[in-house]
Design a protein. Structure first.
Length: 205
């Protein structure tokens, strides 16, 4: 009975923990992780490997795409200007980022956190709506090809109380380390977006 009570208590604590996010709008990302792959480079890869852009969501054919949903390694934020679909290669890249990030935290003895995806596939209408509030949103966006997604570096979804409790800076740079590995392996292009507090990532396949 005591063991069952402890397991129940642990489960209840996890439900509470999962709703909390580590956040810091001033998170400092080390210079080596401030990747500068320009939009033109992202766009070329997106046009080569992605879908044909569509004007609106009614025109979107998702048969060749993967719907991404919150899982054990990453959280998909409530999306207002994009829809949660990626090409298979891009979905695999996102999954790999999530897996390597949690492995990195475990190796450092840190609490388990999920990365948070803040933007995915955008239609032409999504881009136009976003441009009204975000001056960085370009008309010919790599997000329109289902190859590109954004991961915030100022918010992480805490999933455990076991391990050392990290500051957001530490989490941001753990994510940066993982992204650098994948970029060095030729898996993706990355742009560090300071104003939007995210890593803008495009799969190269």
């Amino acid at each position: 009975m005591r063991k069952q009570s402890l397991l129940l208590l642990a489960a209840m604590m996890m439900l509470v923990i999962g709703c909390k996010q580590t956040s810091n709008k001033e998170a400092v990302v080390n210079s080596e992780y401030r990747f500068g792959d320009v939009n033109k480079t992202h766009l070329q890869a997106a046009q080569k490997n992605g879908i044909k852009p569509v004007a609106n969501r009614k025109q979107l054919n998702t048969k060749s795409l993967i719907k991404i949903e919150s899982c054990d390694t990453y959280m998909v934020e409530s999306l207002t200007h994009s829809v949660a679909y990626l090409t298979p290669a891009s979905a695999n890249l996102l999954e790999e980022i999530g897996n390597r990030f949690q492995k990195e935290l475990k190796e450092q003895g840190l609490e388990k956190h999920r990365i948070i995806v803040t933007s995915v596939l955008r239609t032409g209408e999504d881009v136009k709506r976003l441009q009204k509030t975000n001056s960085n949103a370009t008309t010919n966006s790599a997000h329109q090809y289902a190859t590109t997604f954004d991961i915030t570096y100022i918010r992480f979804d805490r999933q455990s109380i076991f391990g050392n409790s990290p500051e957001t800076d530490l989490l941001a740079n753990a994510l940066g380390k993982v992204l650098k590995q994948l970029r060095d392996e030729g898996r993706c292009y990355i742009k560090y977006e300071q104003n939007q507090h995210c890593f803008h990532i495009t799969s190269k396949s």
